[in-house]
Design a protein around this ligand. Structure first.
Ligand code: SF4
Ligand code: SF4
Length: 153
């Protein structure tokens, strides 16, 4: 895929790596067949090829939006798409770069930032297991939204 990087990304480590990955993509779309989010949502932009286009546009200077961020957020980073790509496109590396750049340009609402911070810090924390047990013990008393996130014991 021919790519013309915006000046801000030319010569940067992310720009160089992303451009090399993008050049391998031949738009064939084989990857969409094995993408779970595309299978579920049926939107090209929620599949690997669509996300690759979004990242390419940002690297070429387009301003990302909350919608761009959402399509990248929905990717599970399972890299199943890489298993069916005949060109060896390293989608996982590309989406990491794309997410980093989009997050730098599109501020998230405070609540979303707090939730993401809590998940990032909380899930690997040694207190997560005991906290989950407490949550399970009082599961019936929790608000519906929170209860849905706490698995039954
Ligand atoms: S990493 Fe997984 S969810 Fe993301 S585009 Fe590839 S197959 Fe789809
Ligand atoms: S299968 Fe590979 S080459 Fe084809 S569109 Fe997907 S990422 Fe690009």
């Amino acid at each position: 895929m021919q790519t013309q990087l915006a000046p801000e990304f030319q010569g940067t480590p992310d720009g160089i790596e992303a451009e090399a990955i993008l050049r391998k993509c031949v738009h064939c779309g084989f990857c969409t067949a094995t993408c779970p989010t595309y299978q579920l949502l049926g939107d090209e932009l929620d599949g690997p090829r669509g996300r690759i286009y979004l990242i390419k546009q940002v690297l070429e200077g387009a301003e990302p939006t909350r919608a761009t961020q959402l399509h990248l957020d929905r990717c599970l980073t399972c890299r199943n798409c890489e298993s069916t790509c005949p060109s060896g496109v390293q989608y996982g590396h590309l989406v990491d770069i794309g997410r980093k750049i989009v997050d730098e340009k599109v501020p998230r609402p405070v609540g979303e930032r707090a939730l993401r911070w809590a998940l990032k810090e909380g899930l690997p924390s040694p207190v997560f297991g005991p906290a989950m047990k407490v949550g399970q013990a009082v599961r019936g008393l929790l608000p519906a939204g929170l209860r849905a996130k706490v698995p039954a014991p």
